[in-house]
Design a binder for this molecule. Structure first.
Ligand code: M6P
Ligand code: ZN
Length: 187
């Protein structure tokens, strides 16, 4: 039987205690997601293939609800800010919430019929991700971006269409500021 417990989440480091799982993605794991492969190679060589983000889970298969943190490093690949792969949920009726704890970023969302929206990520904002919207988080700041996510345990990740086609928009640095631009490679 699952028992109630208080899970301690550090909003600065993203540490979750207790947690059930964790993984990290390095820049080399994100090949194919950034626009500029040569810039990715340079960033990997210069930084020693740095960690781009880390995900820590509190997840029990016997419960419908899971949560955890994502800790995103600052940085850019070419002019594109560090980002997650981005996904739809396999269970298309499942939404998600992202409650930012520290840092600043943008949540980029895209519906199946091609509508694009962004939600600012900053402490105090809990972003609502409706069912069947692709979502990718982007660290546009100089510090770590740490947020807590809440999602159905079995929502699942569908990376296929994002990996194959990309998202319609990119978040790049223009004049020192984040800007949303058309993805020239969108298929
Ligand atoms: C958030 C959640 C996770 C997701 C992670 C990384 O923390 O939505 O479920 O796995 O971001 O994003 P992605 O899986 O798209 O790389
Ligand atoms: Zn999700």
């Amino acid at each position: 039987m699952l028992l109630p417990e208080g899970v301690v989440i550090d909003g600065t480091t993203g540490a979750v205690s207790p947690s059930t799982d964790r993984y990290e993605k390095r820049l080399s794991d994100l090949r194919g997601f950034f626009r500029d492969d040569a810039a990715l190679d340079r960033a990997i060589a210069e930084g020693g293939d740095p960690i781009a983000y880390e995900v820590i889970d509190y997840r029990h298969q016997a419960s419908d609800l899971a949560f955890g943190t994502t800790i995103m490093m600052p940085g850019k690949v070419g002019d594109e800010f560090n980002m997650t792969r981005g996904h739809y949920h396999l269970r298309t009726e499942c939404g998600e919430a992202y409650y930012t704890q520290s840092g600043e970023g943008l949540l980029l969302l895209e519906s199946r019929d091609g509508e694009v929206r962004t939600v600012e990520m900053k402490p105090g904002v809990c972003a609502f991700i409706p069912p069947d919207w692709a979502h990718r988080s982007i660290n546009t700041g100089k510090d770590k971006l740490v947020f807590v996510w809440f999602c159905a345990t079995d929502a699942g990740h569908d990376y296929g269409s994002i990996k194959d086609r990309g998202m319609r928009k990119l978040v790049v640095e223009r004049d020192g500021k984040p800007a949303l631009v058309d993805n020239p490679n969108y298929a």
